[in-house]
Design a binder for this molecule. Structure first.
Ligand code: TMP
Length: 215
């Protein structure tokens, strides 16, 4: 029998690494054991945070340079969306002892804004102190992918992706940042997601089963 407890699982990685796919698979696998979980994402997850997401993503495709958000505006929008998401979705769900699976979280801000766009780390840490109030994922999966494989996945998507706007080197840097963050951390699992087989889904579920003591 699984004893209900709050548990927060995060998937991180660059575009096309398969984290949305794997988070859906994890939800399905938990459900097959009769365990309910909540699947959510960042930026987004609540009505207002999804509105902020639209603003952010629309700006990525706005080609008119001077009209584009300043990098601090962009960062504050991610943080604003996170504040809504935590306050109105993640925290209430964890309080009810649900398992929360989240597609991206704070490490994306470190990888993209701090390492990628050179936003000051202390600016992020200061804001996070008020937004997170100590909230920390129990488990983080970092999915590592080759550029070839992520590009091929992104090509198959109907919606436009940000590979059109950023150079390849930006994503390589972002992936390296995720790997750096995960280094020497017991609560992080770096897994190769370049192959399209069922092994990764099984590996992830085994790790979660062990962490949750599910038979
Ligand atoms: P997604 O397409 O994987 O859902 O992610 C949306 C984009 O938002 C993606 O390019 C990564 C970016 N992002 C940041 O730059 N900082 C953040 O804090 C988060 C959560 C996402």
């Amino acid at each position: 029998m699984f004893k209900k407890k709050p548990f927060f699982i995060v998937f991180e990685g660059v575009e096309g690494c398969g984290k949305s796919f794997q988070s859906r698979k994890l939800k399905k696998n938990l459900s097959s054991k009769g365990i309910k979980s909540i699947l959510t994402r960042e930026p987004g997850g609540t009505r207002s945070a999804e509105l902020i997401r639209k603003l952010i993503l629309k700006d990525y495709f706005n080609k008119r340079g001077p009209e584009k958000f300043d990098k601090y505006t962009d960062t504050l929008l991610y943080l604003a969306a996170r504040n809504e998401h935590i306050k109105f979705k993640i925290e209430p769900a964890l309080k009810k002892k649900f398992i929360v699976i989240c597609d991206r979280f704070t490490d994306s801000t470190l990888a993209y804004q701090v390492y990628g766009k050179k936003i000051s780390r202390s600016f992020i840490d200061f804001n996070h102190k008020f937004i997170l109030k100590g909230l920390k994922p129990n488990l983080t999966f970092v999915l590592k992918v080759t550029t070839k494989s992520s590009k091929s996945r992104l090509r198959k998507r109907k919606t436009k992706n940000r590979y059109d706007n950023f150079p390849e080197s930006f994503y390589r840097k972002a992936q390296n940042s995720f790997l750096k963050i995960a280094k020497n951390r017991k609560d992080y699992f770096v897994l190769n997601s370049s192959n399209n087989d069922k092994n990764l889904e099984k590996k992830i579920f085994l790790i979660v089963q062990k962490a949750l003591k599910i038979k």
